[in-house]
Design a protein around this ligand. Structure first.
Ligand code: HCA
Ligand code: CU
Length: 403
């Protein structure tokens, strides 16, 4: 009997199965809006246009940018709207008629407007009562609709808002046929079950054939993507992301992680060019000057790097022993690290790379030598599939038979 199932991820996929599968979760990328709110980040107009093109060819459904934060953001928004991209371009503005006018003068078809509706935002930021906030928000919604625009209304700080006020506001927007309502966890305080409860409550209170729900989750506790996905389990159909997760403070879900999680483990049938992910990340890092942490999932340099002897032994035979997807699918590369942890199999591979006849004894000697050197990692190599197969064929039969 063969112990190997045809798909090594098979049982995991069974555990991951849900009675309500998410088969079409959209992605809104906010690198040009939320991403530019990350400390130290400021793109040029040309860079913004290029990023928009890249995001569009990657396949995101919506792209968000704010035309009101500076004159060159205005020019960028207007120019990006003119490109005729497949993705909807959303002009993100405050819930103020004068801001909606700015969106209109960019020829925006979609406007995303936001208002902080928690008591703390009302008292410390807007300095208005709930009633005043509601009147202002509804006025703006009517204004947007009277101009024939498609719209999203963001209930900023939704996770800390009195549910009765939140639901009331969502119902009002729903009645005004606002196409999307965003439910953000602005301060990143939710746990996945909490986000599920919050979104469920809204989902059950409105007609979701009129207004679809977005989730926008902050990463203050490292739970942004988990929370956003829990929000989708509860009925939201769009996740907000940025490239590499940039944003205010610790940011929001990274585009790469959200895209791969949706397609690999949520079975959402997005049409995304995943192989662009590493390049998207590199481009942003180049433009921001912010280094991508090497341990970053999907796009980090160590995301598919293997080091311990036991891992190397398995990887050299079948990388799926320690990888959930082929790195090339996301534009990344598999690497192996040689050093004091390489073990006999790693050492044998190193010797065979050098064209040396490999015996068990020599491989063991080298492995011991590497350990005794106490120099940590001494060499890193890309593990190319072709090379890997060739090398394995050259490894002495006794070594092959042993694992
Ligand atoms: C902001 C707040 C926001 C809005 C999210 C959204 C948040 O910085 O303007 O429009 O969906 O986190 O609440 O980013
Ligand atoms: Cu935000």
């Amino acid at each position: 009997m063969s112990l190997k199932t045809s798909d090594p991820n098979h049982y995991a996929h069974i555990y991951n199965e849900s009675d309500k599968e998410l088969n079409n979760i959209h992605i809104l990328d906010s690198t040009l809006r939320e991403g530019e709110q990350h400390p130290g980040v400021s793109f040029t107009t040309k860079q913004r246009i290029q990023i928009a093109w890249m995001l569009d060819s990657f396949g995101v459904d919506q792209i968000e940018i704010s035309p009101v934060v500076s004159p060159d953001h205005f020019v960028s928004t207007k120019t990006i709207i003119k490109q005729g991209l497949k993705a909807d371009i959303l002009a993100h503005v405050r819930a103020m008629k004068s801001d909606i006018d700015v969106a209109i003068s960019c020829d925006a078809e979609w406007v995303a407007t936001y208002m902080g509706i928690s008591d703390i935002h009302l008292s410390s930021k807007l300095k208005i009562s709930r009633e005043e906030a509601k009147n202002r928000a509804l006025d703006v919604a009517d204004y947007i609709k009277s101009h024939g625009l498609k719209a999203r209304f963001t209930m900023e700080d939704a996770s800390r808002t009195d549910p009765s006020f939140l639901i009331d506001m969502c119902k009002e927007m729903n009645n005004r046929k606002i196409e999307r309502i965003s439910i953000p966890d602005t301060v990143g305080i939710m746990r996945p079950k909490g986000m599920y409860n919050l979104v469920s409550r809204v989902y059950q209170s409105i007609d979701t054939s009129t207004s679809l729900l977005d989730v926008h989750c902050h990463n203050d506790l490292g739970l942004a993507l988990a929370n956003a996905l829990a929000g989708c389990d509860a009925g939201a159909n769009q996740i907000h992301t940025t490239i590499d997760g940039l944003g205010e403070r610790t940011g929001i879900p990274s585009l790469a992680e959200a895209a791969v999680a949706l397609m690999l483990i949520y079975k959402s049938n997005n049409d995304l060019r995943l192989h662009m992910l590493k390049d998207l990340s590199k481009t942003i890092s180049l433009y921001t000057g912010l280094e991508v942490p090497e341990s970053k999932p999907i796009v980090g340099d160590s995301a598919y790097k293997h080091k311990a002897g036991t891992h190397l032994a398995a990887i050299l035979r079948d990388p799926s022993a320690y990888e959930i997807i082929e790195p090339r699918i996301v534009g990344n590369r598999r690497k192996i690290v040689f050093g004091e942890l390489a073990g006999k199999n790693g050492a044998a591979y190193l010797l065979s790379l050098l064209g040396l006849e490999t015996s068990n004894h020599e491989a063991e000697k080298l492995a011991r030598g590497l350990k005794d050197l106490r120099m940590g990692d001494i060499l890193e190599l890309y593990l190319d599939d072709r090379l890997e197969r060739k090398i394995l064929n050259n490894v002495s039969p006794n070594l092959k038979a042993k694992e």
